[in-house]
Design a protein around this ligand. Structure first.
Ligand code: FAD
Length: 429
């Protein structure tokens, strides 16, 4: 792979792991990172954000946390130090080009008509295809100077919990425009930095919309700084604050804005607010779509709202050549899932195995779609492999020619739970 030109987009947990494993296989990728620091979501979260996954489950298999970190749930600064140390230790930092945002990517050299009917992925079933296609990346720096980079393979590690905010839609006159106060998304809150955010919320009545991690963290911060805060995982002292009344939970399927605040379903008087913060998540699929200039790729890359995101092994789109997505599909312990997936990908890129035919991958994607709908029900689009994690890991192991039974002995196999530790010694050659 020494001669292959590979671009990784994003230097979060996924991009760092992808780069480290490519370096190990003799390939020197370039990592484009829009931010000025590495770490992705860990770089600028709300102040009180900490790991929800216990530390041993959020650790690269060959890079233990330092002994100085004893907390089971390290805070975001500790996570950042850990990721920074990993990047330095394995020489990843030298490959990262900070402050460079990939604006769009175009596959050139093969017509869309031709690649649409390929029976083998990329025309050959191998990572770098038949040799005629390549990716052209438009990359902008902070001054909006745009360069073009040409590569043989792209690993998209752009994450799904940042970038394109998911803001609910409201009928005309009942949205934020009707409200006298301030409305922001959790993304803007995090970007402000701790000091400015605290100044903004001090003495204010804050309503936080949403019940996901960021919403809860922001609500906790508001309660810390002041007064009443409404939200719908629980940060530190969450229940204590509920008892005190500094956080009030309200459940409502829909709501609208009025002059004084928000009107919840079934309530006649508004919840008076000075600031409303949307902790309503992000549009991760829009973010991936927007990376492509081709309308064809935009149309197929994330499937439709009635299907799962159609990635084979949660990583490869059967119809999009010389490209992999890492970190879209999530689990209960993302770092180890990502690392295993990266081992699979880099082994494949290094010629370790061939992908099945396009048709076989599409069949597999449909099968996966069925499982996800059965187990994740209405949340199938979240691509969370949590409940199927071990089965999924087994498939990756088999593809890499490694034994999926990782335990020592029959009884251990039968009775012990699988976790990151079981894949530490997995080194496909
Ligand atoms: C508040 C919060 C808490 C979390 N806690 C946990 C937890 O406890 N356990 C767990 O398993 N998971 C947790 N997660 C999930 C978390 O997203 C993953 O664990 C992991 O950090 C994702 O890493 P990533 O590299 O895939 O994506 P990200 O961290 O999102 O990194 C993506 C990177 O790509 C860059 N980028 C994006 N677009 C471009 C572009 N066009 N050009 C160049 N660069 C670009 C971004 O700047 C960013 O640095 C949490 C997420 C959040 C938001």
């Amino acid at each position: 792979m020494e001669t292959k030109r590979v671009a990784i987009v994003g230097a979060g947990v996924s991009g760092l792991a992808a780069c480290k494993h490519l370096l190990e296989r003799g390939c020197r990728p370039v990592v484009f990172e829009a931010d000025t620091v590495l770490g992705g979501v860990w770089a600028r979260p709300p102040e009180c954000t900490a790991l929800q996954t216990p530390r041993p489950m959020y650790q690269y298999s060959d890079f233990p946390w330092p002994e100085s970190v004893t907390e089971v749930f390290p805070d975001h600064r500790q996570v950042m130090h850990y990721l920074d140390a990993y990047a330095r230790h394995f020489g990843v930092l030298d490959c990262v080009r900070f402050g460079l945002r990939v604006l769009g990517m175009e596959y050139v050299g093969v017509s869309e008509e031709k690649l649409a009917v390929w029976e083998e992925w990329g025309g050959s079933g191998e990572a770098f295809g038949s040799g005629s296609g390549e990716w052209r990346l438009k990359v902008a720096n902070g001054d909006d100077h745009v360069e073009t980079h040409i590569v043989d393979f792209v690993v998209l590690c752009i994450g799904r919990f940042s970038g394109v905010p998911n803001i609910p839609e409201f009928p005309t006159g009942r949205g934020p425009e009707a409200f006298d106060g301030k409305v922001i998304h959790s993304m803007d809150y995090s970007k402000m930095g701790s000091m400015k955010a605290k100044e903004m919320i001090a003495g204010k009545r804050v309503t936080v919309v949403g019940y996901l991690k960021s919403a809860l963290d922001i609500a906790a911060e508001c309660a810390e700084v002041n007064v009443t805060c409404l939200i719908a995982i629980t940060p530190k002292d969450h229940y204590k604050r509920l008892e005190e009344g500094s956080i009030i939970l309200k459940k409502s399927k829909t709501f609208s804005f009025c002059k004084e605040g928000v009107l919840l379903e079934g309530e006649s008087s508004p919840t008076k607010s000075d600031i409303v913060i949307f902790g309503t998540g992000f549009k991760g699929d829009r973010k991936i779509k927007d990376m492509f200039t081709s309308e064809y790729f935009q149309k197929i890359v994330v499937g439709s709202t009635s299907t799962t995101v159609p990635l084979y092994r949660e990583c490869i789109h059967p119809k999009i050549p010389q490209l992999a997505v890492i970190g879209y599909s999530e689990s209960l312990a993302n770092l180890y899932t990502t690392e295993l997936r990266v081992k699979w990908l880099t082994h494949f890129m290094d010629g370790g195995f061939r992908l099945p035919s396009v048709q076989a991958m599409q069949r597999d994607v449909l099968e996966w779609d069925k499982f996800m709908k059965r187990y994740s029900r209405v949340y199938f689009r979240r691509s969370c492999i949590g409940i199927l994690n071990i089965w999924y890991n087994d498939q990756l192991c088999k593809d890499m020619g490694c034994n999926p039974r990782r335990k020592k002995g029959f009884f251990a196999e039968l009775s012990e739970v699988y976790g990151p530790g079981d894949y530490v010694n997995l080194h496909p050659k």
